[in-house]
Design a protein around this ligand. Structure first.
Ligand code: SAH
Ligand code: SF4
Ligand code: F3S
Length: 470
């Protein structure tokens, strides 16, 4: 048994990051069995699940749509806010019931960010003894061994490491899409924003070697992929830890030369966004003009308490530079309301910033204290009712601009990567270069292609269009 440790999780040293090649000599333990994965949280987790699925399928497991009739159910969890946490525990409750009623041999596993939390694993050990195995974000590659041990001993296998982390190359992957792919470029986070649990659950900031990234993208091009999303908690810090004088600007330039039709990247921390990066994005047609630039708050004093390392003015300067230099760019954001000590005046500044920025999309959240983070120790005397009012008020403001921006596109021709058929309307759907969802009529054979669509109508969260057949 290896348990997570909050003190170790916070430690940062200059020690070298090891790069290990994935290997596995356990064979066939899943033959005749089915699996189901529930994935919570961000794209990082979605991509980890793509690796986990491939590992399970290599062991012989086959995917089952319905968790209730699967032999193995794995929860890939997220710790970012309390509701993500509650969802996973709610699901564990349902799995317990399933195990007790109709499926006594059900194998249940838990992984992802919650598995890195000392408190969560203690709770699993004391109250959820029937969970078969737990592993963390640093050891997905150990899954075959953990499962094998659990099958042999029939005892819970718990293996979570709270070290800074290494990099595992060569993991198998079963991608959810044939057209769009996630590519990790940097793991972990060293920013330690005071509200955030990610630096504790994902280890230190560590960049993949550019050679490994480029060869993955080149393979995707050969496989016919149309789009890559470069992934990291803060992609703009790419390369800083390698100290090779090669950063996000150079990486974007080189990925662009692979001729993959579309490049996206998430998430950009404003602190590390350089002028050089803006120029590279503006210069290359295959780098999409859509930037996710979380602001978190419009009040410089709240930003300071959040440990974000920029002021409202810094953010607005960067925002304006991006708007000015990248034609047609769309900018989206994340905002937290109700951070400890946020006053009505601070909140007003956030609202004003949204009126100024007119974001194309915004993910808004009520602050959720996370165990062991610096902000969890701050006095928080704003009642939940007030926080909810602030969230509603903010949502009204940001939604108004989503619609306004979408309406401006009516009559324009936009490039769209067609992803599939929407359930509701039996129409094709896809995303524009600026990352807006659009529905339009067309033949199924267009799925996986980039087509031109004329925008005919606009809603708050989507567009309607007509295929340009010329
Ligand atoms: N690395 C990204 C954010 C990843 S988490 C960045 O720095 O921009 C995604 C979003 O969740 C954050 O941008 C923040 O808005 C929100 N979030 C993170 N911790 C939170 C907390 N404790 N309470 C509420 N929202 C939180
Ligand atoms: Fe969390 Fe801040 Fe790191 Fe983003 S940059 S993952 S918000 S600590
Ligand atoms: Fe959640 Fe972990 Fe992502 S906490 S948001 S799954 S990095």
């Amino acid at each position: 048994m290896n348990l997570p440790d909050y003190v170790e999780a916070r430690r940062r040293t200059k020690s070298k990051v090891d790069i290990e090649m994935y290997s596995n000599d356990i064979k066939g333990i899943g033959i005749g069995k089915t699996y189901h994965i529930k994935t919570y949280g961000c794209q990082m987790n979605e991509h980890d699940s793509e690796n986990i699925k491939a590992i399970l399928e290599e062991l012989g497991f086959t995917y089952c749509e319905d968790y209730e009739s699967s032999d193995l159910v794995l929860l890939n969890t997220c710790s970012i806010r309390e509701n993500a946490h509650n969802k996973a525990f709610g699901m564990l409750g349902r799995l317990k019931h399933l195990k007790e009623s109709s499926n006594p041999n059900l194998i249940v596993g838990l992984c992802g960010c919650m598995a890195q939390e000392e408190g969560v694993v203690k709770e699993i050990i004391s109250k959820y003894k029937w969970v078969n195995f737990v592993f963390g974000t640093h050891n997905l590659h150990r899954l075959p061994y953990l499962l094998n041990e659990n099958f042999k001993s029939n005892k819970s296998e718990i293996e979570v490491f709270s070290y800074e982390g290494n990099i595992i190359e060569g993991m198998p992957v079963k991608r959810d899409s044939k057209y769009k792919a996630f590519v990790n470029i940097i793991y972990g986070c060293d920013k330690f924003c005071t509200y955030c649990i990610v630096p504790f659950t994902r280890g230190k900031q560590r960049s993949r070697l550019k050679e490994d990234i480029i060869s993955e993208v080149e393979q995707l091009v050969r496989d016919g992929y149309q789009e890559v999303t470069l992934l990291g908690q803060n992609v703009n810090a790419y390369g800083k830890d390698l100290e090779l004088g090669y950063g996000m600007e150079e990486l974007l330039e080189e990925v662009s030369k692979t001729n993959i039709p579309r490049i996206r990247f998430v998430t950009s921390h404003p602190w590390d966004f350089t002028d050089g990066m803006i120029d590279v994005i503006a210069k290359h047609k295959n780098i999409m003009p859509a930037i996710h630039l979380p602001v978190q708050s419009g009040s410089s004093s709240v930003l300071k308490l959040m440990g974000r390392r920029y002021s409202k003015e810094d953010y607005l300067t960067l925002f304006s530079k991006i708007k000015e230099k990248i034609p047609n760019v769309s900018i989206s954001t994340d905002i937290i309301v109700g951070f400890p000590s946020e006053t009505e005046e601070d909140f007003k500044e956030t609202v004003e910033l949204c009126h100024f920025c007119k974001f194309d999309n915004a993910f808004t959240f009520i602050y959720s204290p996370r165990e062991n983070t610096a902000a969890a120790k701050l006095k928080d005397d704003t009642p939940l009712r007030v926080k909810e009012q602030r969230l509603n008020q903010l949502n009204d403001v940001v939604n108004k601009y989503f619609l306004e921006n979408n309406k401006k596109l009516i009559g324009e021709y936009v490039p769209v990567l067609v992803e599939g058929i929407s359930d509701k309307k039996n129409e094709l759907y896809g995303y524009t270069d600026t990352n807006k969802l659009i529905n339009f009529k067309g033949d199924e054979s267009l799925i996986g292609k980039i087509v031109r669509v004329k925008v005919t109508d606009a809603k708050t969260w989507s567009l309607d269009g007509e295929l340009d057949e010329r």
